[in-house]
Design a protein around this ligand. Structure first.
Ligand code: HXC
Length: 291
């Protein structure tokens, strides 16, 4: 069962209910936990949405469920799209504009990750993650650029904090996310004169997300020790950051990363789990690396 906000978000949310009436959001990775709740919040607050993903069934099911959150909402799922393929993204943009009329907001959220020390990381494994996270982010921008320009839109990249410090077993994702931040800042500078904003959100340890479930030690008794706010974050807190950034409340903000991590990275803790720090890294890396 995916982590969802559900309609209760409207009861607790500080935002105006019709904040995004008439707006359309195009999101890659929108069926996964973090992007899913971002889309839910935007749809509950009036937006229509296109959810883009590789898996047709998962993407279409998420779109159908999210569409039911608000009467009159139009939410389409476009499956079979890999962000590494800019042409399939361009075709998804055509479908979105054909069915929903326009694109105002873009969330470049598709990501790939796994834990692997460098001994076990082939050149192709490194390339695969860089291609999904970094090239995929550029492709998402590239395919939506005309719509962003036409509508003075806003693109948000989903980044991370793992590249702020050295993090074992994440050299592929760290390199990719560092690139994503740089891409985001450069676009902010180049596209600001066109009225387009470019920002990023860097989630820290967020409860119930696919990435955290896979990458962290859920049962580690020390998991909150190095999180200054002493708990995992919630997907609602990511959704609220997204709503803030897409709203006019942040209209002078571009080229920034909003870190939503309870202060974790300041203590060098990204997943807050000792599972990321195997005691025998040197031993692991003494194996012959596969090319
Ligand atoms: C070492 C691995 C590996 C592993 C795959 N590879 N998994 N190497 N350890 N655990 C290698 C393969 O052997 C292959 O290299 C290369 O990577 C490509 O693998 P494929 O399976 O062919 O790639 P693909 O089908 O494109 O799948 C991409 C994927 C997959 C990244 C490997 O896991 C995926 O699609 N993930 C999408 C969902 C996801 O990961 N979501 C989590 C995002 S969370 P060789 O050399 O054998 O050809 C997130 C937040 C992170 O990003 C926060 C961290 C703190």
């Amino acid at each position: 069962m995916p982590n969802t906000l559900g309609q209760s978000y409207l009861q607790t949310s500080p935002w105006k209910k019709n904040l995004f009436d008439g707006k359309v959001v195009f999101v890659t990775g929108g069926a996964g936990s973090i992007c899913r709740v971002e889309v839910e919040a935007l749809v509950l607050l009036g937006a229509n949405a296109a959810i883009i993903g590789r898996r047709k069934d998962v993407t279409e099911k998420a779109a159908e469920e999210i569409g039911q959150l608000r009467p009159g909402a139009k939410v389409i799922g476009i499956g079979g799209v890999d962000v590494r393929d800019v042409k399939s993204l361009a075709s998804a943009v055509d479908t979105t504009v054909g069915q929903l009329g326009r694109i105002d907001f873009v969330i470049a959220g598709a990501a790939g990750n796994f834990l692997a020390n460098v001994a076990n990381l082939s050149a192709n494994a490194f390339k695969t993650v860089v291609d999904i996270d970094l090239l995929g982010s550029y492709n998402t921008f590239k395919a939506t650029f005309d719509e962003l320009r036409k509508n003075k839109g806003h693109i948000i990249f989903i980044s991370a904090t793992l590249h702020y410090t050295g993090l074992p077993m994440q050299v592929h994702a760290s390199a990719a996310k560092a690139g994503v931040d740089s891409l985001m800042r450069t676009l902010a500078v180049e596209l600001g004169p066109l009225g387009i904003r470019s920002n990023a959100i860097a989630p820290g340890p967020i409860a119930g997300t696919e990435g955290m479930d896979r990458l962290s030690g859920k049962n580690d008794p020390n998991r909150f020790n190095r999180i200054p706010l002493q708990r995992y974050g919630t997907t609602t807190e990511i959704a609220d950051a997204t709503v803030y950034l897409f709203s006019d409340a942040s209209s002078y903000i571009t080229g920034t990363v909003t870190v939503v991590d309870g202060g974790s990275w300041q203590t060098g803790s990204v997943t807050a789990s000792s599972a990321m720090y195997p005691t025998k890294i040197t031993e692991l890396n003494s194996k012959t690396a596969k090319l």
